[in-house]
Design a protein around this ligand. Structure first.
Ligand SMILES: [Zn+2]
Length: 271
């Protein structure tokens, strides 16, 4: 079993605290052959809805990765990626990416509700009072993801589809699903597949995977093959969490292989 964690946040992310070397060491200790760092990159200042200054300062990321390479050597394969959230302002995002290092892998994620209707509210802070409001938020989110999936931007996989469920069910006490949105999800998958992109199975640190079994099967049925597995760990404890189990889930959903990436090109591994 080839073990790779393709969604991890080091201290380069505003909500991370460990060095890349520490994260890589944790992966190695857990028997992983590979880790990809996917720190957050967004067109806005963290926790705000103001555009970040340009030119973007890529030096901390470059330095951190170089330091991890120097410290870890070839004990574990390390790839440099980012988790890119672009929908708030795509033009500004493209300017942010000027001068970026060459990435192995980019997760494209939507973390915010629409700027037009919901003020760009981060899903983490979305506190609907009832199911009706929660569903309005989910519909808005799916519309953002649809537009994102149709954007020919520089990313390889769509991050954690069904992200609103993480917050609504785990933090706000709802018991919601995406079952009412089969048509919308199918359109998103078709857009990704047509453009040669994939999705990630976000193990959600051992909680319900994002997306779940039903959607993984739909993606596969539509011809989707490109898929990565990532823990979304923001600390060393969660590195690799539930990746082994979710490889099994992928097999049950009809997948025979999964991907890692080098220089934005997929490398296939048998499940
Ligand atoms: Zn994310």
């Amino acid at each position: 079993m080839y073990l790779a964690d393709y969604h991890t946040h080091s201290r380069i992310s505003p909500d991370g605290k460990f060095t890349m070397a520490q994260m890589a060491q944790a992966a190695l200790d857990k028997g992983f052959q590979e880790i990809c760092f996917t720190d957050h990159v967004e067109p806005i200042n963290w926790g705000e809805t103001t555009l970040c200054p340009l030119p973007y300062n890529w030096e901390p990321l470059r330095r951190e990765f170089a330091a991890a390479q120097a410290e870890m050597g070839d004990q574990i394969t390390m790839r440099l990626g980012i988790e890119l959230d672009a929908m708030f302002d795509i033009d500004h995002t493209m300017k942010v990416l000027q001068g970026a290092p060459e990435f192995d892998f980019v997760i494209g994620s939507v973390h915010m509700l629409s700027r037009e209707k919901m003020g760009g509210l981060d899903l983490y802070f979305f506190q609907p009072e009832n199911e009706e409001q929660a569903h309005a938020g989910i519909r808005d989110y799916l519309d953002q993801v649809r537009q994102f999936a149709q954007w020919d931007g520089p990313y390889n996989v769509l991050g954690h589809l069904t992200l609103p469920l993480r917050y609504l069910n785990e933090l706000r006490g709802f018991h919601l699903t995406f079952d009412a949105y089969e048509k919308e999800v199918e359109e998103i998958f078709r857009s990704l597949i047509e453009r040669g992109r994939g999705i990630e199975l976000n193990t959600n640190r051992g909680n319900d995977p994002l997306p779940g079994e039903k959607w993984l099967k739909m993606y596969r049925r539509l011809g989707g093959e490109i898929i990565t597995l990532g823990s979304d760990a923001h600390d060393t404890a969660n590195i690799g969490c539930a990746i082994r189990e979710r490889q099994e889930l992928l097999k049950q959903c009809g997948f025979e292989k999964f991907c890692t990436f080098e220089k934005m090109k997929p490398i296939w591994h048998k499940l």
